[in-house]
Design a binder for this molecule. Structure first.
Ligand SMILES: [Zn+2]
Ligand SMILES: [Zn+2]
Length: 233
């Protein structure tokens, strides 16, 4: 009743185009364009990179076979293009934090394995946090923790070194740039726990892998999830 009244006075607007929307979040048009970017199999069972051919079955990619990452698996819901890119940029650089909820709810439950005990966002360096005012990964992680009833642990994994912008760096440079950038407070807390590591976007997986490395060293198993993945490098 109250919701119906609020909807009449303040009709829900699409967070992307500003048109009236039947639901909080995206209108049908924008929602459809977001869904167009959803990653479909076949993909690497470890890092989640989609294979270029639409045929075939999921298997480990060459990179994961050669150099297995520290996470058990990583998955992204969408390709970082079109409306998804627009939504993430609006959240991250436009400060439109209301987008965290709809983006988190698009990460379907199918991505989440059994036995998770906590959600841990990829941290920002304090200098970046001060500059931006919020950590978009924490906002998404908070929504996921609420949606799935998992505890949110945001103050133990820390970015000790300011790695700056990774945009424009090649895979090897990204890896070097984030190497040793993360530290863990109270490592024993993570022993034997299954951690859902959350970031907004992944490109080469270097950041996720560095975070997973310190968590794994503390005895945790890491499942990584991101809203989007930049497929073309
Ligand atoms: Zn719209
Ligand atoms: Zn892979």
């Amino acid at each position: 009743m109250l919701k119906a009244l609020i909807d009449i006075v303040f009709p829900p607007m699409c967070l992307l185009c500003g048109e009236r929307s039947p639901e909080k979040g995206f209108c049908d048009g924008c929602g459809g364009l977001v869904e167009k970017e959803r990653i479909r199999p076949p993909l690497c069972i470890v890092c989640g990179t989609p294979f270029p051919s639409a045929k075939g079955v999921d298997h480990a990619c060459g990179r994961c076979v050669e150099e297995p990452p520290s996470f058990t698996s990583a998955r992204s819901a969408f390709v970082f293009e079109g409306k998804v890119l627009e939504a993430v940029h609006k959240l991250k650089y436009g400060g439109d934090t209301a987008l965290a909820g709809p983006l988190a709810s698009l990460l379907s439950a199918a991505h989440l394995p059994e036995g998770l005990s906590m959600v841990v966002p990829v941290p920002l360096h304090p200098a970046r946090l001060k500059e931006r005012g919020f950590n978009q990964s924490l906002l998404i992680a908070r929504e996921l923790s609420r949606n799935y009833g998992l505890s949110l642990v945001y103050d133990r994994l820390k970015r000790a070194r300011d790695t700056g912008q990774q945009v424009g760096l090649k895979a090897a440079e990204r890896k070097k740039n984030v190497s040793g950038a993360f530290t863990l407070d109270g490592g024993s807390f993570f022993k034997g726990r299954k951690v859902l590591l959350v970031d907004d976007v992944t490109t080469t997986g270097a950041t996720l892998n560095e975070c997973a490395k310190v968590l794994k060293k503390a005895g945790a198993e890491v499942i990584a999830i991101t809203v989007a993945r930049a497929v073309k490098l």
